[in-house]
Design a protein around this ligand. Sequence first.
Ligand code: PGA
Length: 261
Amino acid sequence: MADATRVPIVGGNWKMHGTRSHAAELLHALRAALDGITDIEIVICPPTPWLADATDALSEGTLQVGAQNVHWETEGAFTGEQSAAMLVGTVSHVLIGHSERRHVFGETDEQTNHKFRSVIDAGLTPILAVGELEAEREAGTTEDVLRRQLHAAFEGLRTLPIGTVIAYEPVWAIGSGRAATPEIAQEAASAVRSIVADRFSESTGALIRIQYGGSVNADNASDLAAQPDIDGALVGGASLQASEFASICGAFAHAHRLSEA
Ligand code: PGA
């Protein structure tokens, strides 16, 4: 059972999908289905051109808006990029270290660290994604990979803001329809928590929220939500349909209520 002291957080990562009118419809439907829920936090991460639309559409409600990417400098000649400072006022959260950034765009651990720190410096909340490749899991090195990615992202930090979210996303489970089993997800989330506790403090480890991501859907969300170290989900494909995403949010809200009972 999840820990009642940690409020679950579910993120919807739309990636590079949709049209402006589809985004408007989806935001409307998400607000209708999920606004006012306080058992969990919900963060919607649309593509950059619609971030401000999302902020407007969700204003004065409980749904929050996150960006999918950021550059680590505050300003400068960086065509096509946006700084964390520029996102302040529009978003509350920023995804960092997503496997598509790492493996499709070649982002290094060092760049992930710069981005992570720039988001914290700007006063925004990072959602830091880590996770192993299939070959790394088969080689038995999952925990080493998680430790390397986390330590690299934390380089130069003396403390970790307690609001920080870490998403455990095995690369082989993302977009594959092959979610990790609840046991595998729990084992990795527990390893992430220990690594954070060792690097910062026991209380940081105990308070930080850890999401699972990778082919989460309405059918598998409840079993994932029942795991003691899984405090939410980072949802890709299933976040593009309001009813499916709402079911996933409902599963985590239900698990949280059970943990409080
Ligand atoms: P998926 O994506 O839910 O489509 O597997 C998850 C993610 O990339 O965060």
